[in-house]
Design a protein around this ligand. Structure first.
Ligand code: PFF
Length: 457
């Protein structure tokens, strides 16, 4: 397997690196904006504590106890459900194929930062950029970087790079927060960011968005955390590690929000436009709105370089985790060498990234499919298998045996009742939007029921 983590800190940093990603820097601020500013933070933190942290404990617990990557960990619990682990890995791999393309854009924009090449019309510039061959070249470079890191193995590749990436991320984001808070107009942006709007709490959509953001941001239901946790020594802590990883990730999102919103406040101050007219959808925020803002900042070149390095480091530490989530199970199951596995995956991945590099429009469509057919269904299957079939209480005893602090009965309730209900509600909402999902759902439910049945008969 290329060895495991050499230290507890090595594992925690790699898991934080997997969690902190593009999702923290552009998706989180955009979600806050879309869902009523400060009001989003209440459901977000509730989702973090009620769902994110318990689920993180489940995944670290399963990885630690079984010592196996996701498909094998599931197979050890319910033989017939191994395919769910592969589905999670494939789902992660599909995300990786467009995640890398966006990272390629960030890499190109890092180059453009030195001259602020987007000029006065970042919108036009981004369109021309997407129509050129640069996204393709950048995509190949980012794949090559991922190949080199993951091929080097858990210890020499993932652990060593994350020991650099994660502290660097915090230093850069803190520098950006400090710099942006001194800008004129920053406080109006912050007021906007933190302004509560409690009426929106009654909107179930906001709650679903908060749960979706917590899952994506913490890299849950992709198999990543189970696989990463399986590379730890036996009896590694679960409860404390899970809490540290989840809180660090969400703290980082909050900080990134401070930098983004105070900068937008400044832009609103300079341009006289209300903040509500400045923000666009996710990718546009990073590649159109922000470059426009960067133009008018003091020390704009430095700010630009920092911003795109931040995106690249955050993205790379996540993309390597997605590649590992796919490579790890293949190495384990087929006894293939790491070198060969990662090479094949990289070649296949480059091909699969092509449509995204050539036409950015494909990204939104596939992202929607993955988040509809993947994330909530896999999450649901996980809590059914480990909460109900294996037994949340049994898993809780294991977690308490190995952890510095003990978790109470509440955890069992979360895993067995609250999380399935919330995910079930999300799945139901998706069905109403896309009736085709019913077929997939029936197959999954049949498979889960069949495996539960075989377990008890
Ligand atoms: N958590 C990452 C982000 O917020 O950008 C995305 C991600 C990485 C999702 C790794 C899933 C994963 F396995």
């Amino acid at each position: 397997m290329g060895g495991g983590w050499t230290t507890r800190t090595g594992f925690i940093l790699a898991a934080i690196g997997a969690a902190i990603g593009l999702g923290n820097i552009w998706r989180f601020p955009y979600m806050v904006y879309e869902n009523g500013g400060g009001a989003f933070l209440v459901p977000y933190f509730l989702a973090l504590f009620l769902i994110g942290i318990p689920m993180m404990m489940l995944e670290l617990g399963v990885g630690g106890k079984t010592g196996a990557t996701t498909p094998l960990a599931i197979k050890k619990t319910v033989r017939e459900s191994e395919f769910l682990g592969w589905w999670a890995a494939i789902n992660g791999f599909i995300v990786l194929t467009y995640y890398i393309v966006i990272l390629g854009w960030a890499l190109s924009y890092l180059g453009y930062s030195f001259t602020l090449a987007w000029g006065r019309e970042p919108n036009l510039f981004f369109g021309q950029f997407l129509g050129s061959y640069y996204p393709l070249i950048a995509m190949l470079i980012v794949w090559a970087i991922n190949f080199i890191i993951v091929r080097a193995g858990v210890e020499d590749g993932l652990e060593k790079t994350n020991k650099f990436f994660v502290p660097a991320l915090w230093i850069i984001v803190i520098m950006m927060v400090v710099g942006s808070l001194t800008l004129e107009g920053a406080s109006s942006g912050l007021r906007w960011y933190l302004k509560p709007d409690f009426s929106s709490l009654l909107d179930p959509n906001i709650w679903m968005n908060a749960c979706g953001q917590v899952f994506f941001s913490l890299s849950l239901a992709f198999g990543t955390m189970i696989t990463y946790a399986s590379y730890q020594p036996k009896n590694s802590d679960v409860a404390k590690n899970a809490s540290i990883i989840a809180l660090a990730n969400c703290g980082f999102s909050l900080l990134a929000g401070f930098a983004i919103f105070s900068t937008l406040g400044h832009m609103s101050f300079v341009s006289g436009m209300p903040i509500t007219d400045l923000i666009e959808e996710g990718t546009a925020l990073a590649f159109i709105t922000f470059p426009a803002v960067l133009n008018i900042l003091p020390f704009s070149i430095i700010f630009s370089i920092l911003f795109f390095i931040l995106l690249i480091f955050a993205g790379l530490s996540s993309s390597v985790s997605l590649l590992e989530t796919t490579a790890g199970p293949i190495i384990e199951k087929f006894n293939m060498s790491r070198e060969k596995t990662v090479l094949i995956l990289t070649l296949v991945g480059c091909l699969m990234s092509l449509p995204f590099a050539l036409s950015a429009g494909n990204i939104g469509f596939v992202d929607e499919i993955v988040s509809t057919y993947g994330l909530p269904l896999i999450g649901f299957a996980e809590v059914m298998i480990f909460g109900w079939v294996y037994g949340a209480n049994k898993l809780r005893s294991y977690i308490n045996e190995v952890s510095d602090f003990k978790i109470g009965r509440w955890w069992t309730w979360m895993i067995k009742i609250v999380i399935p209900v919330v995910l079930g509600y999300g799945i139901l909402g998706n069905i109403l939007k896309q009736p085709g999902l019913v077929i997939v759902l029936v197959i999954i439910l049949a498979a889960i029921l069949a495996s539960i049945n075989s377990r008890f008969s």
